[in-house]
Design a protein around this ligand. Structure first.
Ligand code: ZN
Length: 211
């Protein structure tokens, strides 16, 4: 199960936050289906209520993710929760922070640290930066979600029509290890390379018994 949940500042700054998260949840489901197919597909659900700001660090997005993971772990209503938690955050004064973070490969494990986090604030006026021009904030969320299912940056690839997978690293230098090849176009699209596909599917297969 993939849970989506907002932080308190996200709730404070987004109009109808739960409707918005429901929408994002539905879109994420559709994109997963499109990119990875329906076999081994997790269910998607919105975790209602928000994660209180007083529980969250202001040091880094990574620290907020750690705090959010722990908070959700202790407050989860489903004691059997083993899945992936995607946190929708809103940090308005840390523009130098990355847009998203995630624990790689912890989805569906016994670890309390199963989260990814995406900062929606920089996308207030639409997509920012270059890498996610096509996908915007939603691309970050999908990218972080796939990390939790063990997808890594070196899975990134550019297809023949110059589309770039959602896992392409921001820097070059990983060519030796690269799944396919790097083209010149860094515009990401919601599709994945065969490496991502097989990694995510085998991660889910391996951890099925823990669900
Ligand atoms: Zn990443």
């Amino acid at each position: 199960m993939v849970y989506l949940m907002g932080t308190e500042p996200f709730y404070d700054n987004v109009e109808d936050p739960e409707d918005y998260i429901e929408e994002v949840c539905h879109d994420l489901y559709e994109v997963w289906k499109e990119a990875l197919g329906t076999s081994h597909m997790p269910s998607f659900a919105v975790s209602h209520g928000y994660i209180p700001e007083e529980e969250l660090s202001r040091q880094s997005l990574y620290a907020r993710m750690a705090d959010a993971s722990e908070w959700h772990w202790w407050h989860r209503t489903n004691q059997d929760f083993v899945g992936s938690l995607q946190v929708l955050d809103w940090v308005d004064d840390r523009r130098e922070w990355p847009y998203g973070e995630a624990y790689t490969g912890n989805a569906m494990t016994k670890s309390p640290y199963q989260a990814g986090i995406t900062n929606f604030y920089p996308f207030l006026d639409g997509a920012v930066g270059y890498f996610f021009r096509e996908m915007g904030v939603f691309g970050i969320l999908f990218h972080e979600l796939l990390h939790t299912y063990d997808a890594e940056h070196w899975h990134g690839a550019t297809s023949t029509d110059d589309r770039t997978t959602v896992m392409l690293p921001e820097e070059r230098g990983a060519e030796d290890k690269s799944c396919l090849f790097f083209g010149e176009n860094y515009i990401r699209h919601p599709f994945v390379s065969p490496c991502t596909l097989s990694t995510v599917h085998s991660h889910i297969r391996e951890h099925m018994s823990e669900v």
